[in-house]
Design a protein around this ligand. Structure first.
Ligand code: ATP
Ligand code: MG
Length: 430
């Protein structure tokens, strides 16, 4: 960690130093003489050339040497052929001032006197050459900037490390995601996403564990009954006894088959890559049809009534999942209702709402969230068990896949009320 940090710090310092050096060089190459500063120079050059024109050319060098000695200004007379550069020569030809910069950093202002002679004024600019102290100060300056940057980066690096450790621990099958990242941290949203993901994985693992425990437990009972029946059949003394045992074995096989089917149906809904087959359906016809076919499965003497909002003719849902939702709710209600079941469907405030109510014992308030878990049955009947405790888990998952939610309440009829809501335009998420 410290090594990483030091590496990053040095990288920032070196980058800043290189950038600063590069900037100096660029300025040197592209800087143009400041016209404000050059104006007096141009005036002086003009005066000097005028003065020279009044004297014979042989005396020019002496004259200029005299000016240089008197004023300390570095002026000279050059022969035109000593001047290099087509650009410069062209400018001089037009009578303009030309500027030249030597590789040693001297800069020259040139002016044509006549065809053979050029007046040159040299200014020794302080070349941007840095001394050791300059370099030290610059380095210190950038080191400070880098330090400020590091203060900003440090918590980020630290939090990322914490997150990485937590994720690695989680990946090591520890199944505990503990990343103490504060709310003001920049990576807090990332940590939250990780937390949600971990919770979802926890949920999946728990549900798979529940499922395999329940399946093995549920299979064990009919299997041992079958073993017992086979023993009985082996020692059967009459065909009737044999037939009785075989028929019991058949019932147990059916029980196992039913469990496998229900578990598979549920595990499909638990898959992460389920895609909904969304389309529009006429609920004014669909709900009565499902109710009608379920009527045959409920005990005699129970009346099912359905009320569907008149204009619910284009409800969007996955028909297969919706049918399984309504059927499961009807089976439950049919199992517990005393005499009546009410199904209603309405669209309210952008939500589709399906309600199934009965006049049975209802579901106690403290058990209402538990019954949505897979393989939870509140009071399994003694003797031959009915169902597996998967119905409400299936209902919840199917509605969640539609981006909706299911809640349990009390019906005006006296029993349980299960209300499933999902958006009129489902987003196919959970
Ligand atoms: N309408 C209801 N009235 C009273 N209790 C109910 C009602 N619906 C469900 N329950 C309770 O909730 C439990 C879980 O219901 P769920 O539908 O998940 O499983 P199940 O009906 O027992 O089995 P399965 O649906 O797999 O055949 C039931 O065992 C029952 O105790
Ligand atoms: Mg059920």
């Amino acid at each position: 960690m410290a090594r990483h940090f030091l590496g990053l710090y040095l990288l920032i310092v070196v980058t800043l130093a290189v950038v600063s050096w590069g900037q100096d060089r660029l300025l040197q190459v592209y800087s143009k003489p400041d016209p404000g500063e050059m104006r007096p120079v141009a005036a002086m050059m003009s005066l000097l050339t005028d003065r020279l024109h009044q004297a014979p050319p042989e005396s020019w060098r002496n004259l200029i040497a005299g000016v240089a000695a008197r004023t300390g200004v570095d002026v000279e007379v050059f022969a035109t052929h000593e001047i290099a550069g087509a650009d410069t020569l062209e400018k001089l030809g037009r009578g303009e001032n030309a500027y030249m910069r030597s590789s040693q950093g001297d800069s020259w202002v040139l002016k044509r006197i006549d065809d053979e002679h050029v007046l040159a004024l040299r200014s020794r600019e302080p070349v941007a050459k840095r001394g050791v102290l300059d370099w030290a100060v610059t380095l210190l300056f950038y080191a400070l900037i880098a330090l400020v940057l590091m203060f900003w980066i440090w918590p980020l690096t630290r939090d990322l490390r914490t997150l990485e450790k937590a994720a690695a621990q989680y990946g090591n099958r520890n199944w505990q995601f503990a990343a103490p990242i504060k709310q003001h941290s920049q990576i807090y949203p990332l940590a939250q996403t990780f937390r949600k993901m971990a919770a979802r994985i926890d949920g999946l693992i728990a549900s798979h564990q529940d499922m395999s425990n329940a399946v093995s437990h549920e299979i064990k009972t009919p299997l041992s009954r079958m073993q017992f029946e086979i023993e009985l059949a082996r020692h059967a003394t009459s065909v009737a006894e044999l037939k009785g045992s075989l028929s019991n074995i058949k019932t147990d096989i059916e029980a196992i088959d039913g469990l496998v089917k229900a578990t598979l149906g549920y595990s499909i809904l638990e898959r992460a890559d389920l895609t909904l087959n969304l389309s529009e359906h006429d609920f004014t016809a669909l709900i009565p049809a499902i109710v009608q076919s379920a009527q045959g499965d409920v005990r005699g003497g129970i009346a099912i009534t359905s009320t569907v909002q008149n204009d619910a003719t284009r409800v969007i849902c996955d028909i297969h999942l919706f049918e399984s939702v309504l059927r499961n709710l009807l089976y439950n209600a049919g199992r517990y209702a005393a005499s009546q079941i009410k199904v209603s469907f309405a669209v309210r405030a952008g939500l589709n709402e399906l309600r199934v109510e009965d006049d049975g014992p209802g579901i106690p308030e403290d058990q209402r969230s538990r019954v949505f878990q897979s393989f939870v049955q509140l009071n399994p009947q003694a003797g031959r068990k009915v169902g597996y405790g998967l119905g409400l888990a299936i209902v919840k998952r199917a509605i969640e896949w539609h981006g909706g939610d299911v809640r349990i309440g009390e019906s005006a009829l006296g029993g349980a009320l299960v209300a499933a809501n999902w958006p009129v335009t489902p987003t196919s998420t959970r």
